[in-house]
Write a protein that binds this ligand. Sequence first.
Ligand code: DOR
Ligand code: ZN
Length: 345
Amino acid sequence: MADEMILTRPDDWHLHLRDGAMLAVTVPCSARSFGRAIIMPNLNPPITTVQQALAYRARILRHVPAQSAFEPLMTLYLTEATSGREIERAGAASAIAAVKLYPANATTHSEAGVSDWRRCDEALACMQEQGLPLLIHGEAITPGIDIFDREAVFLERELEPLIQRFPQLKVVLEHVTTAAAVEFVRQAPPRLAATITAHHLLLNRNDLLLGGLRPHHYCLPILKRERDRQALLAAASSGSPKYFLGTDSAPHARSSKESACGCAGIYTAPAALELYAEAFEQAGSLNRLEGFASHFGADFYALPRNTTAVRLRRESWSLPASYRYGRGAIVPLRAASPLQWRLIT
Ligand code: DOR
Ligand code: ZN
């Protein structure tokens, strides 16, 4: 097996950078590996206008290291009040790449999300016209649905009707976690794609619950069964352009994770590409990593592929136990424990 690989510089098609003091940690960590990243808008308050997105982008750019060409691709947070005019403005702004839909109360800062999709018809029709992709957190929020079933229920009840009602709309089903979602995407037309996180490729629900509750493995959609993880690995390493890299790297303060009511989110950005390499090696498909990490996402978004490259070397190394920012700390996935691949910068 090769001990060194050169890849087109990858992009992260789903990333949470947060705001304020955290940016000093999160922006350089992602800029180290990725050329571009789709920046999630679930701040508090959410990024619902083009003006807010451009101001947020400027705050991010202040933290991009001097030698890096890292480009944040901004998104708008869809609410039931998002107007067609705002979508038109987004379509005309080259810094805005997509619109994100959170079902109301499905996850972190999703209170302003959507309860009734029909109230978004004007915005969705406008996105379809503009060619602006809709990025979906695909979990059904009807009370009483088991947390492990929320994604599968969403596919049937919400996603299927949506893609039929808007036959030209480009859709990314974000962070798929189940065999059911992989199969749904496989059968759908090419305008539907999916991102897959490194943590859902590497962990199953035993890693969250067995031998003690592990708050740093808690994310949404929640980790699923081993057979689901195997289906994700097979999809990611299949060579199909419908599945591409989106870390959903989601930092929270350590105190908010190690809590009686801990926040959902896993901070994978500091070793994201290395973690994906580990997963692909497990699947015996390191040769398929480049398509997934560096080609298919750009192709789907109709953006040019990156022209620079990165080098991955087989080497044992470790991340710090935590990253300090302001008055808090963020614990990354695999903190202070060995990783098998290292990006050489
Ligand atoms: O685990 C998650 N964390 N899932 C999400 O959908 C949101 C994210 C966050 O923003 O913390
Ligand atoms: Zn996310």
